[in-house]
Ligand binder design. Structure first.
Ligand code: ADP
Ligand code: ASP
Ligand code: MG
Length: 873
């Protein structure tokens, strides 16, 4: 980390703000720019330099002009179209006179068509062409803000930012992907200050070339212009204003669940930018880091959101911060028979990359093969260049080009120590063909190169796996902000949880002693009625394993639910609670149960489900003359955690679809009839399409069997544990089922939800035992932990935690809420902001604990089981 500035140093006077293409393409956004400039001047006493991009899409058009340089008429027409576009924008959007504002600029733009360097497409001419977008937008901006009464000056960036050719740089990158100096001294700063008013607008993307002409900083390079200015001027900070409110844990346009990264250090931000996050140009961090200028990323449409802060003082938090991807990667695989330990082979090979001006990014090697990647953002990788390279390389090895590929990178500190948490991520890659894996020695990056077509689809899945596995520490509130989904579509304000409205009653219950579960039956009934209102569902069964409390069972029986049991114990408990219950309202769906349990269930007359050939072939006598339900494994699983996915080859449940004909034959032979088909592939599922797929598969199988009367699609309905998360989309679920029902009206549709009915209705009440600060980490101890509620320890599940004794106090510093069990994993929630004054004896409430709470509690450490209570009004 850089040392702090010496005490008493004068405060830097400039703040640099950079606005990207979309931020300068609307009048109202220019109003925001003017407001932000003024506010920084008025409230912070700063001078303000705004660096702008070209209007959205203009640089792409200019790039097309460069690419089509050989066609004189086409070039002139393209430039004319651009001139018209700017005139229209000036007049219609900004309400200014185009001739007065843009006259000279547009003349220069049109003149480029007649430039003698055009025909050959000289690089210097291309740079002039590309520079026009920023020259135009900055001119428009100055004129507009002046028309609004702001004293704004126009600065030509080329006067201040000068390209510096690097050793081995080829002509293309010297001119069109230039690097510049950024060492500023007092004399430069004085000159700059004297050069115009306190509010200034300059162009991004352009610099002075050593020959006095224009150089370009590479696509997206306006961020880097702002950073160069920030460093040259020793600015207070550089603010990058764009169309998203910060750097996210993945590209939010591809991964809606990507989380805002509130705070990053320079090295992490650098790695995220380099590996593909377009929101920051990779070259813009280095100048800020060297000059110790903080970088902010903000959203022009949401100017009041805090965004991302990147500086040298961010706390180091290990874990994956982001997953990024780069497309258009070219792999060059080089193979030689004699390579093993052959002296100088790598040098021979790399010499050739250097000769073609190509910079190599990733490298993988084995005895007989070296594979490297070329990144198109650093290289001019076109077919001509590649062909020439391959011809050259062919002299020393066998060459194969693999393209197009995408590089998917996990970025974060301490990647090596995280490998054990990445097993599911590896498995995900294991299903695809991975061409290259590379782990950087700075321990910040792990990259997988796959075929380009695969990458986009993999990102949301990988992001979800990283968050679930704990490899991405999304509960660290100091780093991870809200998700893009939440920012873009804020969830409608949810009704306050029942326990807040009933706080007095809940505290009175807690006074009887903690740990104690409390169930709010009106909430159970509410969920039950929602399901009852779905017309496609013919029969509903409650999976009692989620919560077998007698009051819950009775409430659901009264709502018309049947019950699903998975053990003899559950069956006995159910009939003991409700002796008059008709056996037809009960399903028995055991897993690897002993014969006696199946026998007992058959004797009760409940619906018995079988999910392998074993019971039929080994205990044939049992099923003679009986109806049975067949549980099928549709071949895939789903759910909130690996441990609750109950479909697919890895899961122990269900008969493989391919074995259904053999099962049907065995059933016939045993004298049994298959009256229903069942599948349940997991729990905590939010995607309604999944039931559609399951139903379609079961229906197709049922058609083949002939005796089937009902299809049971199981449960699995998701629950939004996090108040920020999207609630389960019951309408989409209902619509998916309706569609299925319409396609196969001959089958009755059964469902068997558990969690959905009871999760929200339950709370675990605990008392604070101790509050301890250890080496900067605060811990709030509670009298129940993984013994009372296993879900956080078992599934890394997130539950809301509130201090009910101080419900109105503001959030305090982050603290881990831990239980009393002698296990490091005994943490109910990490980095929670309970009130600062939280103290021994306060009542802590763990929300959404009604499902798989009390029923999974245990007596580990010989602690007592939690008590259970009910609120029935
Ligand atoms: P500007 O034109 O303002 O420079 P860019 O399009 O260059 O804006 O950068 C912003 C875009 O970067 C976002 O709209 C988003 O699509 C993309 N992006 C890619 N990865 C990330 C990420 N990890 N975080 C935020 N944005 C990202
Ligand atoms: N206008 C340039 C581009 O589109 C630079 C930038 O916007 O950052 O690449
Ligand atoms: Mg950009």
């Amino acid at each position: 980390m850089n040392p702090a500035p010496p005490a008493g140093a004068p405060a830097p006077t400039w703040i640099v703000l950079k606005f990207g293409g979309t931020s300068v393409s609307r009048r109202q956004r220019w109003d925001t720019i003017g407001r932000l400039m003024k506010r920084r001047a008025d409230e912070e006493g700063a001078r303000v330099l705004v660096v702008v991009s070209a209007v959205s899409g203009v640089t792409n058009e200019l790039q097309a002009v460069c690419d089509g340089h050989a066609d004189a008429a086409g070039t002139a027409a393209r430039l004319e179209a651009l001139a018209t576009r700017h005139e229209t924008f000036c007049r219609d959007e900004l309400g200014l006179d185009p001739a007065a504002v843009l006259g000279e600029r547009l003349a220069a733009l049109r003149a480029l068509a007649g430039d003698p360097r055009r025909a050959a497409g000289e690089l210097a001419w291309q740079a002039e062409v590309l520079a026009q977008g920023e020259l135009l937008s900055s001119t428009l901006g100055v004129a507009y803000l002046r028309s609004q009464g702001l004293d704004v000056g126009w600065t030509d960036s080329r006067e201040w930012i000068h390209a510096q050719p690097l050793p081995n740089q080829n002509d293309w990158s010297k001119r069109l992907s230039a690097s510049c100096g950024f060492e500023g001294d007092a004399a430069l700063r004085a000159r700059f200050a004297a050069d115009g008013p306190a509010l200034r607008i300059a162009q991004g993307f352009i610099a002075r070339a050593p020959d006095g002409g224009t150089a370009i900083l590479g696509r997206g390079g306006s961020d880097t212009s702002a950073a160069y200015f920030g460093a040259l001027l020793g600015a207070r900070r550089v603010e990058i204003w764009t169309d998203v409110p910060g750097m996210f844990s993945a590209n939010p346009r591809q991964v809606p669940d990507a989380r805002l990264l509130a705070r990053l250090d320079y090295a992490e931000a650098q790695e995220i930018a380099t590996t593909g996050a377009k929101v920051l140009h990779p070259r813009c961090i280095h100048p800020c880091r060297e000059a110790r200028v903080p970088l902010w990323i903000r959203d022009t449409e949401r100017p009041d959101m805090a965004g991302t802060v990147i500086d040298g003082a961010a706390a180091t938090i290990p874990g994956v911060k982001a997953i990024s991807s780069r497309r258009g990667i070219v792999l060059v695989s080089m193979e030689t028979i004699g390579m093993w330990q052959q002296v100088g082979f790598l040098s021979d090979v790399f010499e050739r990359f250097k000769a073609h001006g190509l910079s190599v990014d990733l490298i993988g090697s084995s005895e007989a093969n070296v594979t490297v990647s070329l990144d198109p953002s650093d290289n001019l990788v076109n077919t001509n260049v590649l062909d020439a390279l391959c011809a050259d390389l062919a002299q020393v090895c066998r060459v194969k080009v693999i393209a197009p590929c995408a590089a998917i990178t996990l970025v974060g500190r301490g990647m090596r120590s995280l490998l054990h948490k990445l097993s599911e991520v590896w498995a995900e890659f294991g299903r695809e063909r991975v061409h290259l894996i590379s782990q950087s020695s700075n321990d910040l990056n792990l990259t997988f190169v796959v075929d380009e077509a695969l990458a986009e689809g993999m990102l949301p899945r990988l992001h979800a796996l990283l968050a679930q596995s704990g490899a991405m520490p999304v509960t660290e509130a100091a780093v991870f902000g809200p998700s893009w989904r939440h920012i873009d579509h804020p969830a409608p304000a949810r009704p306050a949880p029942w326990w807040l409205a009933r706080r007095g009653d809940v505290l009175a219950v807690a006074a009887r002693g903690t740990p104690r579960y409390l169930y709010h039956l009106p909430t159970v009934r509410e969920r039950a009625r929602e399901l009852a209102a779905i017309p496609a569902i013919d029969r509903r069964f409650y999976a009692i394993k989620a919560n077998p409390h007698p009051a819950v069972l009775r409430a659901l029986e009264a709502e018309g639910f049947g019950f699903e049991c998975v053990s003899r114990g559950e069956l006995e408990h159910l009939f003991a609670t409700m002796p008059a219950l008709a056996p037809d309202r009960v399903l028995f769906t055991p897993s690897f149960a002993p014969r006696a349990e199946v026998e007992a269930a058959l004797a009760r007359g409940v619906h018995v489900t079988v999910d392998s050939l074993y019971p039929l072939t080994q205990w044939p006598g049992l099923f003679r003359g009986r109806d049975l339900v067949l549980r099928v494994d549709p071949g895939f699983g789903s759910g909130h955690h690996e441990k609750v996915r109950t479909g697919g080859k890895e899961a122990k449940f269900g008969l493989a679809a391919q074995d259904v004909p053999a099962f049907a034959a065995a059933a016939r032979q045993a004298g049994a009839r298959i009256t229903g088909l069942h599948a349940h592939i997991g729990s905590g599922i939010h995607d309604a399409d999944h039931w559609r797929a399951v139903y379609a598969q079961l229906a197709a199988l049922a058609d083949g069997i002939g005796t089937v009367g009902f299809i049971d699609v199981g449960g699995g309905l998701g629950v939004a544990y996090d108040p920020e998360a999207e609630p389960f989309d019951l309408a989409a679920y209902g619509a998916a089922l309706a569609e299925m029902k319409q396609a196969w009206p001959q089958y009755a549709l059964w469902v068997e939800p558990g969690r959905y009915l009871v999760a929200e209705a339950g709370a675990l009440l605990l008392s604070v035992t101790q509050v301890v600060d250890k080496q900067g980490q605060r811990r709030i101890g509670a009298d129940g932990g993984m013994n009372a509620l296993m879900r956080p320890a078992l599934y890394s599940a997130w539950h809301e935690i509130a201090n009910l004794s101080r419900a109105d106090a503001p959030p305090g510093p982050p603290a881990d809420v831990v239980g009393p069990i002698c296990e490091t994993g005994d943490v109910l929630g990490r980095q929670r902001r309970l009130p600062e004054a939280t103290a021994e004896g306060d009542v802590i409430l763990v929300g959404h604990a009604g499902a798989y709470g009390a029923v999974m509690a245990n007596r580990y450490n010989l602690r007592e089981l939690p008590q259970e209570d009910v609120l029935d009004d």
